[in-house]
Design a protein around this ligand. Structure first.
Ligand code: FAD
Length: 380
């Protein structure tokens, strides 16, 4: 049996939330290691919105400028009727967001953002190819065992290991997430074909049909060289045991064909498209126990329709870091409680609205989401 190494804080998972947690904890002076099951990350075709609420956090860890340079800065989030093109809402972003909310609103390829996050971490403390397989809560630490035989004793363990979290399972027992009844198709479309259509493709627009079916389309690069969409479509069930399956332009035509000319052109420019199930859980009544604590999708997974799931994971990381700084790692119980008290209401509210898929469909003030500053908001 391998010898046991010791670390202060172990973050399980180097996804968007785990990478942020490691950066923030490291930045605050904690000794932290991250263990990620994947041997490496790939640039899988998908985009992401990052609100000003989270760009403030990236500012804190020195990544705001790089992300802002790569990403697109839409002036508006438009909501439009998928058949007639009528504008249902025009939510101001761009310079307005910078001024009113304190940071830019960007849309970006999630692989590009994740790569920036990972590159900025102390590489000798990010451990790829480490799948957590066993957790033993002991008197003075937690013994973590990985599938490669390595064993690590950590004073504190942060479960940033996503919707099928092993740490959540340890706290609350085995329970598969619930299929939400919705899938999303994701595609990076052929931009040359879009241009050839002579139509205008707005930098950030959500097209809506009856029963909340939709296509959210946006730029993932500031230079306009990439255009992406993700759909939301209700279905009867999900029988596959893979994270996603291939879809096709024909399937997109069957669902969204004969719509507004811009939508038709978008579908026409679709070459490769994949289909993803959306999973969810009810809000958890336990975010931590002893030396174990959850963040992000491990804790509050949601359908992605508010474009705030990763943002909530990264906000969690910022608040958790503040709580550990304020209370000290030796008072971890107090810190974890303060963290949950600070995060529960906001994360649950976002989770509920995101699952309901109503966000910005009609004119509304998004300031409570975007103007929030996780670095200065009152704790508790
Ligand atoms: P994850 O990103 O899932 O990371 C978990 C990590 O843990 C993974 O790297 C995984 O390999 C690792 N892991 C799991 N188990 C183990 C183990 N046993 N041992 C070691 N490592 C492990 N959010 C936004 O903010 N804006 C958007 O625009 C947006 N759009 C979205 C569109 C779609 C179609 C979807 C599906 C989601 C979208 N989201 C968006 C939500 C966002 O992707 C998630 O909320 C976010 O990825 C959660 O981050 P996380 O770090 O908690 O989990």
């Amino acid at each position: 049996m391998s010898s046991i190494e010791t670390v202060d804080i172990a973050v399980i998972g180097a996804g968007l939330g785990g990478a942020a947690a490691m950066a923030l904890l490291d930045h605050a002076g904690f000794s932290v290691h991250t263990f990620e099951q994947a041997p490496e990350f790939h640039r899988i075709g998908a985009g992401i919105h990052i609100g000003p609420n989270v760009m403030k956090i990236f500012r804190e860890i020195g990544l705001e400028e790089r992300l802002a340079t790569i990403g697109s800065h839409p002036d508006f989030w438009f909501s439009r009727d998928g058949n007639t093109g009528e504008y249902l809402s025009k939510i101001r972003l761009g310079d307005f967001a910078k001024k009113e909310y304190g940071a830019p609103y960007i849309t970006i390829h999630r692989g590009d953002m994740h790569a920036v996050q990972i590159e900025a971490l102390p590489q000798d403390r990010v451990h790829f190819g480490h799948k957590l397989t066993a957790i033993d809560e002991r008197e003075d630490d937690v013994l973590l065992s990985f599938d490669n035989g390595r064993r690590v004793a950590a004073k504190l363990v942060i479960g940033a290991d996503g919707i099928n979290s092993a740490i959540r399972e340890m706290l609350l027992g085995v329970e598969k997430p619930r299929f939400s009844g919705w899938v999303g198709h994701r595609a990076l479309v052929n931009v040359e074909k879009l241009r050839a259509s002579g139509l205008e493709f707005e930098a950030c627009v959500k097209w809506w049909w009856e029963a909340s079916r939709h296509i959210m389309a946006y730029d993932t690069k500031g230079d306009g060289s990439e255009y992406y969409y993700v759909t939301g479509v209700p279905v009867d069930g999900w029988e596959h045991d893979t994270a996603f399956v291939d879809s096709s332009r024909e399937e997109m035509e069957a669902i969204f064909g004969n719509s507004h000319p811009v939508v038709n052109a978008l579908i026409d420019a679709t070459e490769e498209v994949t289909k993803w199930p959306f999973w969810s859980r009810d809000p958890l009544n336990l975010w931590s126990r002893g030396r174990l604590c959850l963040l992000g999708d491990a804790c509050h997974p949601m359908r992605p329709h508010m474009a705030q799931g990763a943002c909530m994971a990264i906000e969690d990381a910022a608040v958790l870091t503040r709580c550990l700084t304020e209370c000290g790692t030796e008072n971890y119980g107090e810190a974890f409680q303060l963290y949950e008290q600070t995060r529960l209401e906001r994360a649950t509210r976002v989770q509920t609205i995101s699952n309901a898929n109503t966000w910005l469909k009609e004119p509304e003030d998004p300031a409570w989401v975007y103007a929030y500053d996780p670095l200065t908001a009152p704790l508790g």
